[in-house]
Design a protein around this ligand. Sequence first.
Ligand code: 6MZ
Length: 364
Amino acid sequence: MDTGNSESVDMKTFCKMLPKIELHAHLNGSLSDATILRLLQDKRSAGAVDLPDSAEVVIKRGHNRTLEDCFTVFGIIHCLTDNVSAIETITRDVIQDFVAENVRYLELRTTPKVIPEKMTKEQYIETVLNVMVEEMQRSDIIVRLLLSIDRARGVGDAWDTLKIAKKYKNTNKYKDLVCGLDVSGNPNAGNLCEYLPVLQEAKESGFKLAVHLAEIPNDSETLAILKSKLVDRIGHGSYIHPGSNGSHEMLQIVKQQSIPIEICISSNIMSGTVKNIADHHFKHWRNEGHPLIICTDDKGVFNTSLSEEFLMCAEAFKLSMSDLATLSLTAVESTFLAKEEKNLLHLSVQKELQDLKEKTGILL
Ligand code: 6MZ
């Protein structure tokens, strides 16, 4: 097999040019500095006082912090995105950021929120969906939505999220845009096993499930969730493989069910759940030949981009341009699209890779 390296294009440029698939991006965690500043300005114009002067003060992007601190940061961001107009702004900006990174397919995820007297959960989700529809008309990107269940909010809230997901799945206007549910939130809060009845019903209602699993060590919870056979994609999965303090039993189950893993390297390192890139579980799963998808998680909070995550992976694990192109193309299989849409996306990414090869002379 060729190394796929080319002298005409360096790896950084290649990572940017590569058509990419993003499957793990939390809406409120993905805000750029420019977007945060815009939200601050809007708040000031609306008469808010006591607001910090700059985005750096607000969220200190890209700083290493504990996982607990990350959740404090999300709380601060949520104070800025507490109305329909802000949700419109952030959805538009985040989608455009991904367009600028040559992301061709984006699965955004977000937790429906109610702000008394300002916004209902339905208004929140409808705003996100409307902007998705508009942005898909404007740009060369397909966007789908996962509604997030926050494990810190309790099972009642999760049932509510499922109800909203069902409502929008069944409307003609937004048909198929909500393609699944995500389970996320502070992994130190609650017990995922309590959410199994909701997840069971979600599956029976035709939703795919992406579940944050083993972001921190928790063998009993991880095993119980894996044994339920409900999980379509694993978020993080840092403590599943025996090479990264998991177990052979968990490894076998994930392999048997062939559950793709969403890899979020900057997030894991900056939030301190993985010590450094050399220790990252990516390498163990890659040695298994397991389906992996490189993702950003919270590109705003962790000051990264999908291109940078690809570059980081290439440098740390000695991946060639050809390896990265394969990762991009095989990610299509892990999307929550229907079979026919998946085939179309596969063809279009394949064609773009072919064009890239001809344009640059890179051996892909
Ligand atoms: C678990 C995370 C997360 O839903 O308000 N979220 N949950 N682990 C992580 N690793 C760092 N990063 C983000 O986006 C922000 C929400 O996404 C989840 C948290 O529930 C956070 O409040 P939305 O758009």
